[in-house]
Design a protein around this ligand. Structure first.
Ligand SMILES: Nc1ncnc2c1ncn2[C@@H]1O[C@H](COP(=O)(O)OP(=O)(O)OP(=O)(O)O)[C@@H](O)[C@H]1O
Length: 284
């Protein structure tokens, strides 16, 4: 972990209710987060998003257990829903893959951001509007006054994602959980959004959790990486040390990455093994 510690998750497990009882989606996951970029990588269904939602207690029907989930002075496991409301969307925020699902289609985007600000802070509508314009500028939206008055269907995917980031920034959070924030974007727009997120960490000292199935993206963007397999963190290491990964699943993922100029050798296919469910003890 780099920098001051903001979050310390110990032995988090999450089970979803199913017909015959509960199904484990996350098992005994532990990690710490400083003012840094932490990637969580794994295949679909490995439990990545469940971790993000569990931290924000957005899973009312799931069973969440942990030794502790320390977020600065709080233990998120034990605080009341009322206290959680002050954390969720204010001190800890989430950005999702597709901003269109998070925005109301029949309201102007600027009004939605201002309203989010007014929910958290007592101020006049004019002040909320001014703050919204500032934030749109902070995420490099040119002509924020014009964008303020657009409806969600009038903005592109990349601009929509920046609007979501602007909405989140209004409350100056300490932790941001970004769940596949760029997977719906084309390559150039993806880089712009990643740059904005990168600056949030370096300029504002945010702790960023980047959930992704894209090992290459996380490897190039994050400081540290948790590799998830079947609900567990099987390996945790610095992004720069991924090529020295010890766990066979991580090694398999690395070997299965396509390479430009890699010739005509067929891509390796991951051949799953039961022993992969054994996590390594080594933690970055
Ligand atoms: N609300 C739910 N009710 C029941 N099971 C769920 C629910 N949400 C997720 N699951 C199950 O929990 C497991 C973990 O899902 P999760 O969405 O956390 O995985 P993920 O790694 O984020 O996958 P993806 O990359 O596809 O989003 C999966 O088996 C999924 O089917």
């Amino acid at each position: 972990m780099t920098g001051e510690q903001i979050l310390d998750v110990r032995r988090l497990s999450v089970s979803y209710r199913s017909d015959g009882g509960y199904v484990d989606a996350v098992r005994n996951v532990s990690f710490k987060l400083g003012r840094e970029k932490l990637g969580i990588v794994g295949e679909s269904g490995s439990g990545k998003s469940t971790i993000g939602r569990a931290l924000l207690r957005l899973l009312p029907t799931a069973r969440i257990t942990a030794e502790s989930i320390r977020f600065e002075e709080l233990d998120l496991l034990n605080i009341s829903e009322r206290e959680m409301l002050k954390v969720r969307g204010r001190r800890m925020s989430m950005i999702l893959q597709d901003p269109k699902f998070s925005l109301n289609p029949i309201r102007r985007v600027g009004d939605q951001i201002s309203e989010a600000y007014l929910t958290h802070f007592k101020c006049s509508k004019a002040e909320a509007r001014a703050k919204t314009i500032d934030m749109l500028q902070a995420v490099q939206i040119r002509d924020p006054e014009r964008v303020y008055d657009l409806y969600p269907h009038e903005v592109s995917g990349g601009m929509g994602q920046r609007i979501m980031i602007a909405m989140m920034l209004l409350t100056d959070p300490d932790v941001v959980i970004a769940d596949e924030p760029t997977s719906a974007l084309d390559v150039t727009v993806r880089l712009q959004v990643l740059n904005i997120l990168d600056r949030l960490v370096s300029d504002r000292g945010i702790g960023l959790i980047m959930i992704s199935h894209d090992l290459n993206l996380v490897r190039n963007f994050c400081d540290r990486v948790l590799i998830m397999y079947a609900g567990q963190v099987v390996e945790s290491l610095k992004a720069s040390e991924l090529s020295n990964a010890q766990h066979p699943y991580t090694q398999g993922l690395l070997a299965a990455q396509p390479r430009i100029g890699g010739g005509r050798t067929p891509l390796k296919v991951l051949d799953r093994r039961p022993e992969w469910k054994e996590p390594l003890e080594v933690q970055a």
